[in-house]
Design a protein around this ligand. Structure first.
Ligand SMILES: *Cc1c(COP(=O)(O)O)cnc(C)c1O
Length: 469
């Protein structure tokens, strides 16, 4: 017999969804006025009710306790980390993902549409990024898992180069890895993969305030390996200063030496959508694997990222991710099923929010979003560069501004300044350290951000810095 509360909720589903819609609109329509930070907190010690409250009263509880302290991380002036928001179409896709509640591992052509949608969405993304269709890809929760998935296949590849099957036998021997400025999540992936986070060789960054890899030092380190295969983790947009490795130079090295080339282009990959910045990615199509985050600059809800791996490595990918002791799942190379191609087995229809947003806004839509973010970063960068109280720590290369305070007590005051700024709740930025200097980062990724937001924040910063004097 169906539980009474469930039965009641089933009968008033329209009331429940209507209340949810009203509440969603309330948040989205007022997102610009909502605080970007709060000092309020709550006691999270609720006991499990013996008899449930029903969904409407649960919503009441949520609204009483949690809703007031939700901050507008998805709003136009949350410039901390690299966050982004949700386009209207992506919200439609996300809501329907929940409503249809499909398990997207299901095999293509067996009554489950999820794999078909996912494969189509991957093709659309390859189009957006102007990448050839010789990559296979899949959706994972974020760029961390995307880096993990790519490097897992790379690990299998390097094992095979010496006749070993690491997926079956476990990792053995030294795995050579090179990188200049890897994202922390790529290093974390090395821990998860049993390679070890200490076990990569750091290549020098280029001279002159750069985070990109020094190609001369790279080739020197390659020669030190004496022809042994290795994995190169390169950057398509570092987080501090959005610096790009030289992918054309790396492509040339790739034709001379035997290595797996991975690019972490979590948000930098979107530079391809801008006519003025797409040259930064020239040559990236020669990589073996690429990480892209969708919940950042594509502006779809968390949790969404893709990984691309060259299709010619399909067998390695299956060896890495197959559920090999579940014969009822069939031969993974014959019956395509996502659960043999990526880390998770059961998962939601992850591709749908991206599919909706790509279909709704197309190439032009994303060109506009990306170029708008770049223009705003430059505008904010000009404010910083022209103001004697601040200094740019690096040129504005794409969508991020990395800066410090100027003057005598600038290093002491930077945290104080940032705390006061963030406590206003009008804008949010994050601290960083660059070249040994304490600084602040502002990243422009949200589709809603406008020039007015930049003007408003500049005025606020001027006021705060003057009060600190
Ligand atoms: C954000 C980011 C990651 C990690 O992504 P998550 O989505 O937080 O897992 C990895 N690499 C780069 C370059 C990033 O910007």
């Amino acid at each position: 017999m169906m539980n009474g509360q469930l039965q009641k909720d089933l009968l008033q589903l329209d009331v429940l969804l209507e209340a949810t819609k009203t509440q969603g609109l309330e948040y989205l329509n007022n997102i610009s006025d909502r605080q970007t930070s709060t000092k309020k907190t709550i006691n999270s010690q609720m006991n499990l009710p013996a008899h449930g409250l029903g969904a409407l009263d649960a919503l009441g509880q949520f609204n009483e306790r949690f809703e007031p302290i939700i901050v507008s991380t998805s709003g136009p002036r949350f410039w901390g980390l690299v966050i982004g928001g949700s386009t209207p179409a992506s919200i439609v896709g996300d809501w329907l993902t929940t409503v249809y509640d499909q398990n997207s591992f299901a095999t293509k052509g067996q009554g489950d549409i999820s794999a078909i949608i996912e494969l189509e969405t991957i093709r659309l993304l390859l189009d957006l990024f102007e990448l050839p269709q010789n990559f296979l890809g899949g959706f994972v929760t974020g760029a961390t898992m995307s880096n993990f998935s790519c490097l897992a296949v790379a690990r299998q590849w390097i094992g095979k180069e010496s006749g070993k099957d690491f997926a079956k036998e476990g990792v053995s021997g030294k795995i050579n890895i090179l990188s200049a400025t890897p994202h922390s999540s790529a290093v974390k992936s090395l821990s998860l993969l049993g390679i070890g986070s200490n076990n990569f060789t750091k290549v020098k960054p280029m001279e002159g305030n750069r985070e990109a890899i020094d190609i001369v030092d790279l080739e020197k380190k390659i020669l030190d390996f004496n022809g042994k295969p290795f994995i190169l983790i390169s950057s398509g947009g570092t987080v501090n200063t959005v610096d790009f490795d030289d992918f054309e130079a790396i492509s040339e090295l790739k034709s001379k030496y035997n290595f797996w080339w991975h690019i972490d282009a979590a948000f930098g990959g979107f530079a391809v959508c801008s006519k003025t910045h797409q040259h930064l990615l020239r040559g990236w199509e020669n990589a073996d694997s690429i990480t892209i985050d969708c919940h950042k600059w594509l502006n779809v809800p968390y949790e969404s990222a893709v990984f691309f791996v060259k299709e010619k490595y399909k067998l390695l990918q299956v060896e890495t991710f197959q559920n090999s002791n579940a014969p009822y799942l069939g031969n993974p190379l014959e019956n395509f099923s996502y659960l043999n191609f990526l880390p998770e087995n059961s998962r939601r229809l992850k591709a749908l929010p991206v599919w909706f947003s790509l279909v709704a806004y197309g190439k032009q839509g994303y060109q506009d979003i990306v170029e708008n973010s770049i223009a705003l970063a430059n505008k904010f960068g000009e404010f910083i560069g022209n103001n004697k109280d601040f200094e740019l720590l690096a040129p504005v290369r794409l969508n991020t501004v990395c800066f410090a305070l100027n003057g005598e007590k600038s290093q002491e005051n930077v945290e104080k300044f940032l705390t006061i700024l963030n406590d206003t709740g009008e804008v949010f930025m994050t601290p960083t350290v660059y070249n040994g200097k304490k600084g602040i980062r502002a990243a422009f990724v949200n589709w809603r951000t406008t020039e007015d937001d930049v003007v408003r924040v500049a005025a606020l910063m001027t006021k705060i810095i003057n009060e600190l004097k």
